[in-house]
Design a binder for this molecule. Structure first.
Ligand SMILES: [Zn+2]
Length: 114
């Protein structure tokens, strides 16, 4: 090392990078065009809705213990999912609070181009 800081990625010294960025800032402020990659963006409306399509993922219900975070299996309805609670309670008699987690698939439906 000779005391000149070096950027870790491209091998340029900090002084070289500062000089290059200073030129870019000056060109920008003076309105000079630079060779910048251009892109064209189009915007589109989307409607977000619960996914009721035949191939949608199923709605599932899962109970989890709010004390230790353990979870029962994902089930098709609440009452089936709740059967896990007494099983867990038998193993952990101090764990008295639970959460129901509902997983419901949603989809974004493409609309018109703006
Ligand atoms: Zn628990």
């Amino acid at each position: 090392m000779n005391g000149t800081p070096t950027a870790p990625d491209d091998g340029d010294t900090i002084a070289e990078r500062v000089a290059r960025l200073s030129l870019a800032v000056r060109d920008h402020l003076e309105g000079r065009p630079r060779s910048v990659p251009r892109a064209v963006y189009r915007f589109r409306e989307y409607r977000v809705e619960a996914d009721g399509e035949p191939d949608a993922e199923p709605v599932t219900f899962t109970m989890s213990c709010a004390v230790c975070g353990a979870s029962g299996p994902a089930e098709a309805d609440t009452s089936t999912a709740a059967r896990w609670i007494p099983v867990h309670l038998k193993q952990e008699p101090e764990h008295l609070t639970y959460r129901e987690q509902i997983t419901r698939p949603y989809r974004a439906v493409p609309g018109s181009w703006l």
